[in-house]
Unconditional design. Structure first.
Lengths: 328, 328
């Protein structure tokens, strides 16, 4: 609690007309921190405007305040302060922030990403926090804003989604403590988990069925192919890493991969590759060498070609990297 | 913390040769609480014996102290005190406790099940706790035993497994607080989650594939059939409710069911039915009427007959109960 940037507290106290924005392709922590900051500033009697590049996705429309988020074209020029939430760099917020219109307005950054570029006039960056919403628990506390009602619900949503309900490896005792305060303040953990993590369409379950019935396993590597035809029956699954995460739960596997057939911007066949590794193994380098990125335990890349072409190229690399770590 | 049965504290202080036992078909809370109690009593300098009806299953053999659990035939006659952990009734512990041999020895019961029959001389039953291991956090605290090392690891294992890593609806702020203390004491949440909830055999994933590719959905009820042949390819899955829990995540479904074909003790065909319901729906009554039991959100029963016979009987009942709640 003692690690809050003092200039941030001062900026909040001395400014009255505040624009809050979060990142494109927003997740639960983007919505939770944007709305949470809105409720904090509202409690302090500030005039606050919330804006987002994307339209609010269905699963977050029920969050208190979500209908007040405005689109880029409704954003004005004159604010006292602009607060970036959960955004690691300026270009992560899309068209909401416009250099030419907003230059000169002080910018405060509140973010937990280790990759943050410190692009604000005030930068409060806490990579030790599992979610930006966790930081806002400390901020609300410092500003003596009670962690109850709508605020508690928004902040717990961000913590639950960013930690996959306390399952990610950065779930510290402090994360549980923050969540505990929010539940005591009235946030309903079961409802939030149900709404954000425990929902998928029947089509997605059927796709999982098709994919899991045709699993491949060789030399410690488990993988699955997802064709465009299969995807069509399931609806859009873009960016869904759940299948890849499910494959790596196989006891026998050290590395997992899913290969999803796509059509790229030029109308050509491409394959989205998603890799996962057990502790002690590393899939970051494979993805990096293929032009992608990520972490040792989870990485990915997109390659041109058919499913057959891409797997012929990628699988030997995965088996090789698995062998190296297995023999260490 | 103030709600600990004072006679339990006194019994622990005044007895020195203590037998601890837990229930048959042990889960993470059975192992966690048995071993946790062992570590608490060990810290207090007691002579303690841990016994279990079943052999220690593979996933819990790594728990500190697990190799010291003895089998029923190694249990002696003479103890000062017998502590039942996580067992709702005397017959839940199998052959470890023998009426004729152990009669006269005082029995203490520590359990969180609402169905507990209060069969001990001392009964500390806390249905408000999500796990017996959560109760032992309070007990250790009251006995001034530090929540560190092996004790912390065992207790966090029980809390994580009984709440499916904080996803069950009885995950209160107090559950998170207890877990927070254990993590601060050195227990590794990520490792425990990985070891207990995020592991399954390749065969199980393949079975999920077969089952999910043949999903049925009618009138708000989603269901799947698991034949003995399919089970054979996947290995033993008895008591595994994960598939049923996965089905109820389907957005379109209000009630889910899995029907698993078995051979009963008499060699006849039987079907294990596992039901789940979304909030606002109730599958407890259906299971109860069919001779089973459970909660509004999760229940089950076992019925004689083939898959076809049992589903013909059960599905109309599920659809009917779904319609009643949907129209409320």
């Amino acid at each position: 609690m003692s690690m809050i940037e003092p200039s941030l507290i001062q900026a909040i106290h001395t400014h009255n007309h505040i624009l809050c924005i979060s990142h494109v392709n927003p997740d639960g922590d983007a919505y939770g921190s944007l709305l949470g900051m809105g409720w904090i500033l509202h409690h302090l009697g500030k005039q606050v405007v919330l804006a987002m590049h994307d339209q609010t996705s269905k699963e977050f429309q029920l969050l208190p305040g979500a209908h007040q988020i405005i689109a880029p074209n409704a954003v004005a020029d004159h604010y006292d302060l602009i607060v970036f939430l959960d955004a690691s760099s300026r270009d992560r917020v899309g068209s909401v922030y416009q250099e030419n219109r907003h230059q000169g307005i002080p910018v405060a950054v509140i973010d937990h990403h280790v990759t943050n570029t410190y692009f604000g006039d005030i930068n409060w960056v806490r990579p030790d926090c599992a979610a930006t919403c966790q930081m806002l628990v400390y901020l609300a506390d410092a500003l003596q804003v009670p962690l109850t009602g709508a605020l508690a619900e928004c902040l717990l949503t961000g913590i639950v989604t960013d930690t996959l309900c306390f399952r990610t490896s950065n779930t510290t005792a402090e994360v549980l403590e923050a969540a505990m305060h929010l539940i005591r303040g009235g946030a309903d953990l079961a409802t939030i988990t149900q709404r954000t993590l425990n929902q998928r369409s029947l089509g997605v379950l059927k796709l999982w069925g098709m994919v899991l019935s045709e699993l491949h396993f060789e030399e410690g590597v488990i993988w699955a192919l997802i064709s465009r035809e299969q995807l069509k029956t399931a609806g859009d699954l873009s960016g869904d890493g759940q299948l890849s995460s499910m494959l790596i739960t196989a006891l026998e596997a050290d590395i997992s991969a899913t290969f999803t057939e796509k059509i790229d911007e030029k109308g050509l066949s491409a394959v989205e590759c998603s890799f996962r590794a057990k502790p002690g193994f590393n899939v970051a380098t494979v993805a990096l060498e293929l032009g992608g990125g990520g972490h040792p335990a989870a990485s990915g890349c997109t390659l041109p070609g058919t499913l057959a072409e891409v797997t012929t190229k990628v699988l030997p690399a995965l088996k090789q990297v698995r062998a190296i770590y297995a023999n260490q």
